[in-house]
Write a protein that binds this ligand. Structure first.
Ligand code: BGC
Length: 760
């Protein structure tokens, strides 16, 4: 009898979902999806609804035997009973097919799973870490990088990525700065939009696009002291003017899912935060997708001191608008009772389930639950030339030239003897970064391989020092070498015998990322000491930095002729670095985050407030906003980055000095390539609002564009200032413009070179 009922129900679901498949108009499609969702909802028991809100991590080796006991057996039983709506970290066509089959063929209603995975900067073929990509300021290339990542992930059974992370952060100590787009809300918003568009494409139901997830909502990047998961307490002004804009941009890009965050915000954990999830996100922003909790973040409301037990945590989270429980097991265990006791309204459950089912429909999972499970496509797409070409393109555009004083770069392709030194120079692992669960270890092209493949120069490699001692947690290296100098001697001799030294120093992959906050921003371990020893015997050093966050490299900046910031650049790392070192790609990246002179300056960011005592009022003064043992200036400012050529900015003109309703100002200037190489410059426009109902930052990025010029060539570059660009979240708790005096600044970094005044 039970079999007959379930056969009937499955037929009903299939009938209901297939009756309106060829609808073309967007609006009609939405209506039809919403009708289909309603009809499925009408068939569901309360427990089945709650099941859709439950997400489990991959819980057994799915290609192995069925689990008989423990947690895995328990989860397996839930999956078979329709109590799981999504799984994460199940990957590859074979594994995904197996779990999907259980959901579709063994549960009463056969509702397919949505399969989530952290496709943060690629699946198996890796792009640069997101912070590096942001340094390209190239929105089309960033979008394409997300698109190829989606294609490779989708070919491996994944249909939902937990990306982009759009958290603004001003604190380089926080390990997850590697995962975002840096410190600026404007640049961050543009990149957030591009990434969502890249992942989701034009058609979410296509086999090469996946649902994106805007995370972590909200404030996670403002953890006190840069310590991961730490308390966040910011003003409404900072929340609205700095933290929320990139999230709003993902809504504008039609992002399908949101993830909340581990942190509390002014005393209320984000996961249980009604104001964030119900008032702002689902209310003011009219967001129609669903919100997934962060890993175990519903249960974490207990140690936060916000919920007394798991049941109350579930109640608080669901009432606050968290639609899916990632790995807390609390929805599946408690919501039914909470509904029966009247503590949770079943309407909220229906709303959450509708949101989840809608995304499953939009992905096309009801039409074909196995559409992402094609073994042939998996083979064809994974690691394809198209994807490798795209990540190489992204990698070279992510590199930032920080210094090139003696024009040591670009290197000659012939006749040079090069010493390649440093623990990261032959490392095929670190360039992969710390988010690479789908990639195989040691698959990046190392700098050694890149340089060897590239030119006829003789390259002699000497490691100099081991960066880590090889002690591991979860297979990730943890312990820095601070004692073993046995490699110094050989490295010094190698440096002595060569014309140029390329030193590759920085952080190994697991020194950044989640849970990897640092209290120091120096080169870790013995690397600084090695660098200074090498400098004693050969001053022609090109420092190639590999890292996931801004570092305080003052000594290197004071002493070395050339420095490039090469981040963790992904699979094609060594090839991209070689192209830049040899000048086949003229570096065009600009820093998306300020580099401090010392960790004590952090948080340091260009769009800070002026304070009442911003400058020295006279000689020998002490009572102004400064340090007595450090300057206020950063080492490298936001937006900074050099090229092998040079650019001159001049002739700033404004079409008018007032902007008002219906009237915008054209800002134009002449940009000239005054050097010897063709080059690309990211020109940047900043605005300062001189006074307001709340104090305003000293400068805010409001536009940028890229200009390519041949040596000697000039172009007139034009930006438009509109009234909308002058809006901010005012003392009235509204987005509005306030009339007054403004300044516009133009330059190749936030340290701008041209300025003019205008009024509104
Ligand atoms: C991270 C999220 C991630 C999730 C699933 C959490 O620890 O904060 O960003 O998506 O794990 O892997």
């Amino acid at each position: 009898m039970k079999k007959v009922i379930s056969a009937f129900l499955i037929c009903t679901v299939v009938f209901l979902v297939s009756c309106n498949q060829n609808v073309n108009l967007e609006g009609a499609k939405e209506v039809s999806i919403s009708k289909k969702v309603d009809s499925i909802l009408a068939l569901m028991t309360l427990q089945e609804k709650i099941g859709q809100m439950n997400q489990y991590n991959g819980f057994w080796d799915v290609t192995g035997p069925t689990p008989k006991e423990g947690d895995a057996a328990h989860k397996y039983e839930h999956l078979k009973s329709g109590l799981v709506g999504s799984m994460l970290n199940v990957r590859g066509v074979e594994e995904v097919t197996k779990v999907q089959k259980i959901a579709v063929e063994e549960t009463r209603l056969g509702i397919p799973l949505i399969i989530g995975f952290d496709v943060i900067h690629g699946y198996k073929t890796l792009s640069p870490i997101p912070l590096a990509e942001a340094a390209s300021w190239d929105l089309e290339v960033i979008k394409n990088s997300a698109a190829v990542a989606a294609k490779e992930a989708a070919a491996n059974g994944i249909n939902w990525t937990f990306a982009p992370m759009v958290d603004i952060s001003r604190d380089a100590r926080w390990g997850r700065v590697m995962e975002g787009a840096g410190e600026d809300p404007f640049l961050g918003s543009k990149i957030a939009y591009a990434r969502v568009k890249g992942f989701q494409g034009e058609d979410l139901s296509a086999v090469n696009t996946i649902a994106a997830c805007s995370k972590h909502f909200a404030g996670y990047g403002f953890a006190e002291a840069g310590k991961d998961y730490n308390t966040v307490d910011v003003s409404l002004s900072t929340l609205y003017n700095t933290i929320l804009p990139p999230f709003k941009a993902t809504i504008d890009a039609d992002v399908k899912t949101f993830m909340n965050s581990f942190n509390e915000l002014a005393g209320i954990p984000a996961t249980g935060n009604k104001f964030l999830q119900r008032d702002v996100l689902k209310g003011d922003w009219n967001y129609k997708g669903f919100v997934v909790s962060d890993w175990g973040s519903i249960a974490e409301m207990i140690p936060h001191g916000y919920a007394k037990d798991g049941k109350q945590a579930a109640e608080l989270a669901v009432n606050a608008g968290s639609d899916m429980d990632m790995e807390s097991y609390l929805y599946v265990n408690h919501i039914e009772a909470l509904v029966k006791e009247g503590k949770v309204n079943e309407k909220l459950i229906d709303d959450a389930v509708k949101r989840i089912l809608t995304v499953k429909f939009e992905l096309g999972l009801f039409d074909d639950p196995y559409k992402y499970c094609d073994l042939e496509r998996e083979k064809l797409v994974t690691g394809s030339k198209e994807i490798n070409d795209a990540v190489l393109d992204m990698a070279k555009k992510s590199i930032v030239l920080l210094k090139n004083e003696k024009q040591l770069l670009p290197l000659k392709k012939e006749g040079l003897k090069i010493a390649l030194i440093g623990p990261l120079a032959n490392d095929k692992n670190s360039p992969l970064g710390s988010w690479r669960i789908g990639a195989d270890d040691n698959t990046a092209v190392s700098v050694l391989e890149g340089l060897q493949a590239y030119s006829g120069n003789k390259i002699t490699f000497s490691k100099g020092v081991e960066l880590v001692n090889g002690e591991t947690i979860f297979g990730m290296e943890t312990s820095i070498n601070t004692t073993d100098r046995t490699g110094f001697k050989e490295a010094i001799a190698t440096a002595k015998n060569n014309d140029v030294v390329v030193m590759v120093l920085g952080e190994y992959s697991y020194q950044t990322g989640e849970g990897r906050s640092r209290a120091s921003l120096d080169l870790p371990g013995l690397q600084q000491e090695l660098l200074e020893e090498i400098y004693k015997v050969n001053k022609n050093i090109v420092l190639v930095l590999m890292n996931g966050r801004p570092l305080a490299i003052n000594w290197a900046n004071d002493n070395l002729p050339s420095i490039i910031e090469a981040w963790h650049l992904g699979t094609q790392s060594g090839n991209a670095i070689a192209q830049v070192l040899y000048g086949d790609y003229n570096p065009s990246g600009k820093l998306p985050m300020t580099f401090p002179k010392s960790v004590g300056q952090v948080p340091i960011y260009y769009n800070h407030k002026n304070t009442g005592r911003p400058t020295i009022p006279g000689p020998n003064q002490v009572f102004w906003s400064h340090y007595i043992d450090e300057t206020n200036q950063p080492l490298y400012e936001f937006g900074y980055g050099l090229s092998y050529t040079t650019f001159k900015y001049e002739n700033l003109k404004l079409s008018s000095t007032t902007v008002n309703e219906g009237n915008s100002i054209e800002v134009s200037f002449t940009l000239t390539n005054t050097g010897k190489y063709e080059g690309k410059e990211v020109t940047q426009l900043y605005i300062r609002d001189l006074f307001g109902s709340i104090t305003r930052p000293v400068k805010e990025l409001k536009d940028f564009n890229m200009v390519t010029l041949k040596p000697g060539e000039s172009k007139t570059v034009t930006f438009t200032i509109t009234k909308e660009m002058l809006q901010f979240y005012t003392a009235n708790n509204k987005w509005e413009v306030e009339p007054g005096d403004f300044k516009v600044y133009i330059g190749g970094s936030s340290n701008t070179v041209l300025e003019a005044d205008f009024t509104l």
